[in-house]
Design a protein around this ligand. Structure first.
Ligand code: COA
Ligand code: MG
Length: 297
């Protein structure tokens, strides 16, 4: 199942947890990190674990948990507290390099054994661009990273703080400044290089749904699949943007058929346009995405 919309839900909010479960998001990310204040940490862990246990059917919507970063004292207690609920995956924030993703995989293995869960069943999403060091270590993902790592995403907020920036966007155009575009590009390239899902970053102006839609389309054009959400109203828009339309599917099928009918030809013409191997690859990507979305639904 391909996860298009990943909705963050504060792990200590009964109301938002219930609302999230009824929402169209393909996955919820139950948050034990930034959305939870320190004095609510114990309560959030207990509520998150109870919520996971109360919702064992994940066929329509996956349930992931964001724990605190591995260099924080809260991280392992977060993990130990939620694994009895068998989360589908763990979101690992403020990563420095793939070494930490592999460390997380080792911890998960031990806790899966403790809980009697399938060994290797818990996936990992790396928030791959939140520290200064992370911008220098993308290559480490190419070297024996755990196959639990099924998705990477990027973020500009913590990175701005890490880089000493006063803002991360141009004051008038609203476009991201250079370091964030670099982070975005490297997240995409690294994901594709290791066959993981590149997930687009959050659109923080949650009342601006038109802006979200445009950002989704830009992400999809660039190669991302799916997007992180922070508000329930964002899920439908994200789902729609990352579901290939009937027209796209029909056109892609036409491209694939044309190449199949002309074996051995590297270039063909369709509707007055030259098509070659990258177009065939792109058409196959659209059909594969459509199939994955359908199978998940
Ligand atoms: N998940 C589930 N439900 C949510 C939600 C979320 N992320 N965000 C809002 N809701 C609920 C609200 O509780 C409210 O429900 P109600 O009608 O039963 O009262 C409804 O959706 C409408 O919410 P709204 O009033 O539009 O927003 P808000 O002002 O209550 O909340 C935020 C705004 C940003 C605080 C909220 O969206 C939020 O908590 N987002 C997630 C933050 C987070 O996890 N950040 C960490 C990752 S970056
Ligand atoms: Mg906190």
């Amino acid at each position: 199942m391909i996860i298009r919309s990943w909705l963050f839900v504060p792990g200590d909010s009964e109301r938002k947890l219930a609302k999230g479960r009824g929402n169209s998001a393909d996955a919820l990310i139950l948050d034990l990190e930034d959305a939870v204040s320190d004095d609510h940490q114990d309560q959030a862990r207990a509520m998150t674990c109870a919520f996971l246990k109360d919702n064992p059917d994940r066929s329509r919507q996956k349930l992931w948990v964001r724990v605190n970063p591995l260099d924080h004292d809260f991280s392992l207690p977060d993990l130990a507290a939620v694994m009895p609920g068998a989360p589908d995956g763990i979101v690992l924030p403020k990563v420095y390099s793939a070494a930490e993703v592999n460390r997380m995989a080792d911890f998960l293995l031990a806790l899966e054994a403790r809980e009697g869960l399938g060994l290797g069943s818990t996936k990992i999403l790396s928030v791959a661009t939140e520290t200064a060091a992370s911008l220098l270590t993308f290559h480490t993902y190419l070297d024996n990273v755990t196959n639990r790592l099924t998705a990477l995403t990027w973020g500009g907020e913590d990175l701005a703080a890490a880089l000493g920036a006063s803002d991360n966007q141009h004051p008038t155009s609203g476009d991201y400044d250079d370091p964030y575009l670099y982070a975005k590009s490297m997240c995409l390239a690294t994901s594709r290089a290791i066959d993981a899902q590149p997930v687009g970053c959050v659109w923080v102006n949650f009342r601006d749904l038109e802006g979200l839609k445009n950002d989704c389309l830009r992400d999809r054009r660039t190669g991302f699949i799916g997007k992180v959400a922070i508000h329930p109203d964002q899920s439908d828009i994200i789902n729609r943007a990352f579901t290939p339309s009937e027209d796209e599917i029909a056109y892609s099928q036409k491209v694939v058929d044309l190449f199949e009918q002309n074996p051995g030809m590297g270039t063909v013409g369709l509707d007055g346009k030259m098509l070659d191997m990258p177009h065939l690859k792109q058409a196959r990507n659209v059909l594969a995405l459509a199939k994955q979305v359908k199978e998940g639904g």
